[in-house]
Design a binder for this molecule. Sequence first.
Ligand code: SF4
Ligand code: SF4
Length: 542
Amino acid sequence: MTGYVCKYTPVEIIRAFDEGVCRIEPKVKSVEKAMSLTHPNMCSFMKGALEEIIRENINEIILVNCCDSIRRLYDILRGKVKFIHIIDLPRKITGSAYSLFYRELLHFIGAYEAYKGKKFDLNKFKKVLAEHKMENACKGKCVAVFGGRLNDGVIENIKRRCNLDVVNLTCTGISRPSKVGQEGDLIFSYAKALLNLPPCMRMAEDRSKLLDDLNLKGVIYNTVKFCDFYSFEYTSLKKTSNIPILKIETDYSDSNSGQVLTRIDAFLESLGVKRAIAHPVKSGYFAGIDSGSTSTNVVIIDENKNIISYSTVPTGARALGSAREAYRIALKKAGLKEEDIAYAVSTGYGRINIPFSNESVTEITCHGRGAFYLDKGVRTVIDIGGQDSKVIRLDDAGNVVDFVMNDKCSAGTGRFLEVMSRALEVSIEDMARAVTDFQEDIVITSMCTVFAESEVISLIARNKDRNDIIRGIHQSVASRAVSLLDRVGRSGKYMMTGGVAKNKGVVCEIEARICEKIIIPFEPQIVGALGAAVIAAEKRQE
Ligand code: SF4
Ligand code: SF4
């Protein structure tokens, strides 16, 4: 079986040799062996592919000189596998590019004949070409996956979650050449057809036309960690295209990270194309359960969306146990039994693991809905929770129109404040006060929580005033929130939700930076659960 990674690989030529061929799709959990053979800065796809090749003992490989990562993959594997060949792929689609690529294909055929000890059969090749099927046909409105290659598991997840056709325009999804001219040299016509596949980012071609030709509702744009090709294209598309675009970054592992799926779900929800599971909804009471990283919150409302009760418990190590406990407390406070709840919606990190909810909705949509329920004038929600921070933009009807999330690390979140309060040996409540009587303007320069903790420890060692350090910490969190805010664009009124909204110091620092007042709800931690309960109640009205 010959493994390949690129759509410009002459797969049909290998098949004409009666040989098996498969796209290398890394399914590895760790890239330990690959890391010992390559530089850590190589892209995560290349490291995953190398690990997969070692693990699956793939001994025949064909590559194209796509990028530095793939050239390094070739260097590492040369001499270690039985057969490896790299094809020089032109960057332009011109007459001389066809000739170059044609010669490259002839060279490959020669090398493969020598390795396999058999001759290339032109008639078999014609038969293989005749068997082609077109993929990616999009019948009506659709959602496109664009940008860098995306793990098959994530693509499948998008298809499962979206109620429109999903077109995969990355280098793992585009159809094989379907029309190969039969006149003249067949290999030349094939080289031409391969080069005329919809261009990937490596080709010096305008790719925006690929999107223009489709009837698109939205675009999910993937970038791969340590791959430089795609971020520029995303920035220019975002500026020039009217189609809603969601950018995600993946590490090409098969572990569809929760944050990536949360973004995808929220995007599909904002487009109104998230596949819904139909449940008959009776009258009664409605519950929202927000299973967050730090706290689990439950809100119960009646048919008129009046809040009947709510509860908050720490999530701890058992997300489901905390959800059950928060649900039990909220039901008890409301004087209700579980069977009185007509419909329950779960949200937050643990949302998909709540067996007593009827449906799960992302925390982005729920915080938006909860904030809008509390104040119809709110257009921007700043949600800073224990693990991540988000800024959500709403339209006049309370629908999410854009959002950004900081989910790569705990910088600027509740966890950051907790770590700092431990380093300073002050309680989290004491950390939450606004510092007005400061003496020195201390700036915490490290973005990373671990480095920032060391910075704070060294400030303590230098006898800096504790108040000044606390103010520096508030400023650090506020500046991260404002940079997220600037990515979606400022639009008032503003509401802050999540546990960090209780920190007056952080709120004051954000207000000072944006020169606007921020609404703080009576219980900012329950806004996501409230939004979930409102969505549950609206099920009955649908
Ligand atoms: S980016 Fe282009 S050249 Fe590189 S692997 Fe994908 S399709 Fe092939
Ligand atoms: S993800 Fe980017 S860097 Fe990695 S192989 Fe593909 S194009 Fe090259």
